[in-house]
Structure formats: structure tokens, C-alpha cells
Write a protein that binds this ligand. Structure first.
Ligand SMILES: Cc1ncc(COP(=O)(O)O)c(C=O)c1O
Length: 423
């Protein structure tokens, strides 16, 4: 029988900070040690079954150990798991993903969202012959030099939104604009438009809490990039197959030049992808001269798991995840209204977050004003009630298509209990 204390002790002697990704160190009072999962529940060594609203930070839209995914993965593994050659699984998954996200386009599968955004930016630079990119303060596009500038997620939480180790020469090519502020973006384009290769953006900001986009912001993104000959890269690593099967493009009615994907399209296995216009995508190696390669690109297990996941979503839809998201937000709203004058609950389909001490959230600046200490205490107390929410307010609370009435009832019981111990 594993002992949590000894696992944590060994981890702290061997892994930097005792973990392999910083957010995993944020759980209070100690990191979770996961041993399994089933549907909407994660099993942790200390607490046993936890109602899971983290869901692997987004990929598990079908919950843990969905039978269709398990079956698909087992079938693939029986035959072998790495070939360094094309497989039909990649072709099948490409057809599936493109049919929803970019019909008529091309796709390149890589291994993480980080790789996807890195590649999309290289591609945009190769296509336009320009060097600068625009990102928005608080958006997180993975852990590489081009985008770890005024970043959200764990980097924001740790107070190092701009990572050390990025040369000034590189960082200055990343221009930072303000989310939901089209006027400032327009100004930036007026000054530097002819040097901007691309704008990269999270269509719903999901790494600085959850911040929905204003319609005029999305419209300005498309209008300004077109006007100035820059590409629009929608980073749909979270939103792809979550907001709708066609992602944020379909949900908001906006068309990107390139879309970056990850998380859900790997069904819980490592994956990333860039999809987009043929003319741009064909610049990639081997057809073109923008280099990309990867030993594990299009890995059979990730392709099979992602394909099975999308098949389930096609037959069952996303309604259940969104409805549970709605119910979750309502419970939180109801309970917070009894305790606080000023608070905000934000929901976009199955992405939810709440903020105490602010009555409107339209930008990372608003999120910064929220009382993060209370949030973290609520997280800690919820854990004692066997409910898991993200241990950082800069992450989203997710629901899956297997979260239902029972889970809402559990949350409804746990949340006020946790809250009572905090305020
Ligand atoms: C919007 C967005 N882009 C990119 C990434 C990076 O993806 P990965 O962690 O797979 O490298 C993330 C990860 O959370 C993300 O949320």
C-alpha cells in the first residue's frame, strides 16, 4: 500500500519542487498524489474519491477512464505503439478534427499545446516574412520563449508572468496588448502593423481565471489582422471541442488563419496540433521550408484516444457538460450571494470561475483585484469535503459530459460547508 507521506518525501528529493508541472504543487496543504479516476471522480491517496472539476486541466471532457477511450487505446496497443511511419489512425483523426475545426484545411499533429503555438508562430513568421507577434496580457500559450511574456496560468500565479531566461532580443518581438481592449490594439497596429506576423489569442481567456471575450474585441482581431496582412492564430487548446464541436470559431462565428489545438483532441494523452489554410500549412516541412518534425508526432495512442473522444462527443453532444457548468455556476452564485456583496461568477459553457471582491470581470486587470486568498482557502476546505477545484484562481473549473445531477448535488452540499469555514 502506497503511503502519501513517503511518496511526497521521495518526490521532494527527486523532482524539482516535488512535481513535474508547477500547478501540481499548489494544492493545499500538500500536493495530491493521484492513483486513479472513474468518470467525474479522481482518486487520490489521501482523500480517496474526489469530485473532479479540474479534469486534468481540460482534456478529460469525457471524465476519467471513459470506456470508449479505454477500448480504443487497448486495441491500438495490442498491435504496437510506435512506428516512425504514417498510420491510418493519423489520417482518420485528421479527417475528424478538420471536419469540425477547419474543413478544407490541413493539420499537423505535434505533442503538446506548447509545441502547437510555437509552431503556429514560426509558420506565421515564415508566411509573412515578419518577426513580431502580438499576445495579450494574461493569456497563456504554453511554456516557450515567444509567449512566456506577461503570461497567465502558473506563471501568473507564481508572480513570474515574464519568465527569466528569455533573451531581451526575443521578448521584444512579443508585443503585449490588453484583452478585450480593441482600441489599444488598433493603436498598436497603426504603429507596428507592417511588422506584425500574427496575433495569438485565447478566444475565451482560460488562463487568467475565465474571462469571456467581448464581441467587438473578436471582431477587431479579425478586422485588424486582415487589414494589416497579419495572421490570426486562435489558440483553442482549451476551447477546441469544449465550447462546441467546431470550437470557438463556430461558437463565436469567427474565422482564424491558424488554429492551435491540444488537450481534448488527445483524449487525455499527449497531443497538440496546428490546423489552418492549405496555403499557409503547406509551408511546413516536408512540402515547405518552415521546419517541424517529431519522433512522437501523431502518436498512435493519442490519435486513437482523441478520435474515440470526438466520436463520443459527436453522438452525445456537449450539452451535458454545459448544463452541469450552468448548474455549478448557479450553486456558487447562490452561496456567494449569502456571504459577499461583491463577487462575480463567470461561465462560458463548461468553463467556470468565481471571484470575490469584484463585481465585474472583463480583463486580467479585474481578475487581479479579486481576493485570491479566500479563493485558495475555499479550494482547501472543498478538498476536505472531497471536491476538487483548481488550486489557482487563474485556472478554470471544468465540467465533463459525465458530470450530472448527482455531482451537482454533491457540490451543493460541499460548497456551503467549505464556505462556512472560510467566512
Ligand atoms: C490556451 C492554452 N494554450 C496552450 C497551452 C499549452 O498546452 P500544453 O500544456 O499541452 O503544452 C495551454 C495549457 O494549458 C493552454 O491552456
Amino acid at each position: 500500500m502506497l503511503d502519501k507521506k513517503s511518496v511526497l518525501e521521495r518526490a521532494s528529493n527527486l523532482l524539482v519542487g516535488g512535481v513535474n508541472s508547477p500547478v501540481r504543487a499548489f494544492y493545499k496543504p500538500t500536493p495530491l498524489v493521484a492513483v486513479g479516476g472513474e468518470g467525474p471522480y479522481l482518486v487520490d491517496l489521501e482523500h480517496g474519491k474526489l469530485l473532479d472539476h479540474v479534469l486534468g486541466y481540460g482534456p478529460l471532457i469525457l471524465g476519467h477512464r471513459h470506456p470508449a477511450v479505454l477500448r480504443a487505446v487497448k486495441e491500438v496497443i495490442e498491435e504496437g505503439w510506435l512506428y516512425g511511419a504514417l498510420t491510418e489512425l493519423e489520417v482518420r483523426h485528421a479527417e475528424k478534427v478538420l471536419s469540425h475545426i477547419y474543413p478544407g484545411g490541413l493539420i499537423r499533429f505535434v505533442n503538446s499545446g506548447t509545441e502547437a503555438t510555437m509552431l503556429a508562430i514560426r509558420l506565421a513568421r515564415g508566411y509573412t516574412g515578419r518577426n513580431k507577434i502580438v499576445k495579450f496580457e494574461g493569456c497563456y500559450h504554453g511554456a516557450h520563449d515567444q509567449v512566456l511574456v506577461k503570461s497567465g496560468s502558473a506563471a501568473g500565479h507564481l508572480g513570474i508572468p515574464t519568465s527569466k531566461g528569455i533573451p531581451q532580443e526575443v521578448a521584444k518581438l512579443t508585443l503585449v496588448a490588453q484583452y478585450n481592449d480593441p482600441a489599444k490594439l488598433e493603436e498598436l497596429f497603426e504603429h507596428e502593423g507592417n511588422e506584425i506576423a500574427a496575433v495569438i489569442v485565447e478566444p475565451v481567456l482560460g488562463n487568467y481565471g475565465v474571462v469571456p471575450p467581448k464581441k467587438e474585441f473578436l471582431t477587431a482581431l479579425r478586422r485588424l489582422t486582415r487589414k494589416h496582412g497579419s495572421l490570426l492564430i486562435l489558440d483553442e487548446v482549451i476551447t477546441g471541442f469544449r465550447l462546441s464541436l467546431g470550437g470557438a470559431q463556430q461558437y463565436f462565428g469567427i474565422k482564424a488563419d491558424l488554429v492551435t489545438l491540444g488537450k481534448i483532441i488527445g483524449g487525455g494523452f499527449p497531443v497538440g496540433a496546428v490546423a489552418g489554410e492549405k496555403e499557409i500549412m503547406n509551408l511546413l516541412t516536408p512540402t515547405g521550408s518552415v521546419f517541424n518534425a517529431g519522433t512522437f508526432n501523431g502518436h498512435p495512442v493519442s490519435m486513437a484516444a482523441g478520435y474515440a473522444t470526438i466520436q463520443v462527443l459527436e453522438s452525445e453532444g456537449l450539452t451535458q457538460a454545459s448544463e452541469t457548468g450552468k448548474a455549478l455556476a448557479e450553486v456558487i452564485d447562490d452561496e456567494l450571494s449569502r456571504k459577499f456583496d461583491k463577487y462575480t461568477v463567470v461561465r462560458v459553457e463548461s468553463m467556470v470561475q468565481f471571484y470575490i471582491g469584484v463585481d465585474n470581470v472583463e480583463s486580467p486587470t479585474d481578475v487581479k483585484q479579486a481576493n485570491k486568498k479566500i479563493y485558495l482557502k475555499i479550494h482547501e476546505e472543498l478538498l476536505k469535503e472531497k471536491v476538487l477545484i483548481a488550486p489557482s484562481q487563474l485556472e478554470a473549473l471544468f465540467t465533463s459530459i459525465v458530470h450530472g445531477d448527482r455531482e451537482i448535488e454533491l457540490f451543493k452540499q460541499a460548497f456551503p460547508k467549505a464556505l462556512r469555514r472560510v467566512v
